[in-house]
Design a protein around this ligand. Structure first.
Ligand code: ADP
Length: 247
């Protein structure tokens, strides 16, 4: 059933690897302007859920509806084009290019026979790059080679390379891994800002960070939904306590 107030409806999502169900009958409903955080023990299926939504891994069964489209029937590049951005754990910026150039080559455009770097640098593109650079705290680093950025700044740049494509849904896998405390605080600020215009799904282990960013938390365990709700709600859930503290 299509609910216009949802940006993403995941229903009965299942994937088996050699008979082992890494994700098992999962329902997940994401509203606009939501930052949903998926938590759960190692091997719970968190990363696999992101892989299924972005088309990297093929589901065994279920449905993933995004803005009226069935993502499970689409290729990974079509899903990106539809407005779903995915950031992986390791930053993959172009080290030899400046911050500006990294954002520029990520700007959406039709394919050109002149190649990626030959396309016209219009005022509109420059304005959008400056806007995104501000959101990712890199306004003062636009002309700097990416190789010289800190690990955290590279992570932000990669988020910027997704934001410039204006996705309605952004999925981030452990965005603060390896970041300094100061960078974590700024990343929380970044996420709280960007949900004004889009929804975000984050896989995260750092509970203090989860508390700062989550509008709702989904707890996965053995591929299944264990609990869902506010951080306070899931933290008080006996099943969640058992999984995290039990043996
Ligand atoms: P999490 O992100 O919660 O730590 P994952 O989604 O990475 O968990 O993995 C869930 C389970 O699925 C793990 O047991 C993992 O070994 C298994 N798994 C994930 N991807 C594959 C794959 N391509 N082939 C076989 N098993 C996989």
């Amino acid at each position: 059933i299509e609910n216009p107030r949802l940006i993403l409806s995941v229903e009965d999502l299942t994937v088996s690897f050699d008979g082992f169900k890494a994700v098992d009958g999962l329902n997940l409903y994401i509203a606009p302007n939501e930052c949903r955080v998926i938590i759960g023990p190692n091997g719970a299926g968190k990363t696999t859920v992101l892989d299924l939504i972005c088309g990297r891994t093929r589901a065994t069964s279920g449905s993933v509806e995004f803005k009226g489209m069935e993502l499970l029937k689409m290729r990974e590049d079509q899903i990106v084009h539809a407005g779903v951005g995915r950031k992986f754990q390791t930053p993959s910026v172009y080290e030899d290019l400046t911050v500006f150039e990294n954002l520029e080559i990520s700007y959406p455009r039709g394919y050109s026979v002149f190649g990626a770097l030959a396309f016209r640098r219009t005022a509109e593109v420059r304005e959008r790059i400056e806007e995104v650079a501000e959101v990712i705290f890199l306004s003062d680093h636009l002309d700097q080679k990416s190789a010289h950025l800190s690990h955290g700044q590279k992570q932000w740049l990669e988020i910027g390379m997704l934001l410039i494509q204006d996705p309605q849904l952004l999925m981030l896998d452990e965005p603060v891994a390896g970041m300094s405390v100061a960078e974590r605080v700024k990343t929380a600020e970044l996420l709280n800002r960007i949900i004004a215009d889009r929804s975000v799904i984050v896989v995260e282990h750092d509970m203090k960070f989860v508390e700062e960013i989550a509008t709702r938390v989904t707890v996965l365990h053995r591929g299944k939904l264990l609990a869902e709700g506010s951080m306070a709600h899931v933290q008080a859930d006996p099943d969640v306590i058992e999984v995290y503290l039990g043996h």
